[in-house]
Ligand binder design. Structure first.
Ligand SMILES: [Fe+2]
Length: 307
């Protein structure tokens, strides 16, 4: 063996570690917490990006809301603009208020309150607002950061979901959902590139979900993390979140997250949650999850309480 080989062996050996199986098979890693991000955060009257950053709690090296996703409020004052450049493979936007346009390499996308759209392999865009506007923006930059990669190949083409399209699609399923007492009355947003996983992008998933007045959607759980945007709701509309359920399927010691319009709450992976609307007005929610990735890995494991 040459001297250079021997020295490399010596050098690499310094990196080798091992742990006794029983002590390390289930490492003590930070949990994703339940967290609420109020709408007041994006009502300060300046153009800015507000990162819904939990990196201090979940121990990521870059800003993150969950290990794989970063959610943001993006506020743009009237006649102002903001430039965005993050290393991501998927971005999901929902327009919380206002109207404006986004200038991309492919051209200009016009948007207004209630619209949603996606971007792949982000190389930088600029958002312009005609009036005071706020966008909910979630991307998988933390996953790219963890993998140490700079995505350079789009895995899907951008999609635009107008408010009219979303409302039209949901009205088609609303009545049947109520009649059949389905656990969900929502439409999962898709893209031709995600036919297999039935998700909005290859890593991210979103649902436009109506919670009809005076209704309950019973508990369920999944291994994806949910970052839910409450789009519209009257008081006494909320989600109950708990780590465990009892034998009767009731949540044990649940946390109550209110659906305050244009606010966000995080549901940890694997935790049980039920949605409740005790008001006389239908409520809408737009959850974003890393369920594209989880579905591809066959690890989503969604479970519902049996009737
Ligand atoms: Fe869920």
């Amino acid at each position: 063996m040459s001297t250079s080989h021997a020295s490399l062996n010596e050098l690499w050996q310094k990196q080798s570690l091992s742990w006794e199986y029983g002590a390390a098979a289930s490492p003590d890693i930070e949990d994703v917490p339940i967290r609420v991000f109020p709408a007041a955060l994006h009502e300060s009257g300046v153009t800015e990006i507000i990162k819904l950053d939990l990196s201090d709690l979940i121990g990521t090296s870059t800003p993150a809301t969950t290990p794989s996703l970063l959610a943001n409020y993006l506020t743009i004052q009237a006649e102002d603009h903001i430039q965005i450049a993050e290393q991501t493979s998927s971005e999901v936007y929902f327009v919380m208020r206002g109207q404006g346009r986004t200038e991309t390499e492919q051209g200009i996308l016009e948007w207004k309150q209630g619209d949603a759209f996606t971007l792949p392999c982000h190389q930088g865009v600029t958002h312009f607002a005609d009036v005071d506007s706020a966008l909910y923006w979630v991307h998988d930059g933390p996953l790219m950061s963890y993998l140490g990669v700079h995505p350079n190949k789009p895995r899907f083409e951008s999609a635009y979901y107008s408010k009219e399209y979303l409302d039209g699609e949901i009205s088609k399923i609303r009545e049947a959902g109520i009649r059949e007492n389905r656990n969900r009355n929502g439409i999962i947003l898709g893209n031709p590139a995600s036919e297999k996983t039935k998700t909005m992008t290859h890593t991210m998933w979103s649902l436009y979900n109506v919670l009809p007045k005076q209704s309950v959607q019973k508990p369920h759980r999944h291994n994806s993390v949910a970052i839910d945007l409450a789009v519209s709701a009257d008081p006494n509309t909320y989600t109950m979140i708990a780590k465990e359920i009892d034998e009767a399927g009731n949540l044990i010691d649940p946390f109550r997250a209110e659906w305050k319009p244009n606010s966000v709450f995080v549901t940890p992976p694997g935790w049980w949650h039920s949605h409740h609307n005790e008001s006389d007005v239908d409520a809408y929610v737009f959850p974003v999850q890393d369920a594209g990735l989880q579905t591809y890995l066959r690890t989503l494991d969604i479970q519902f309480i049996k009737d």
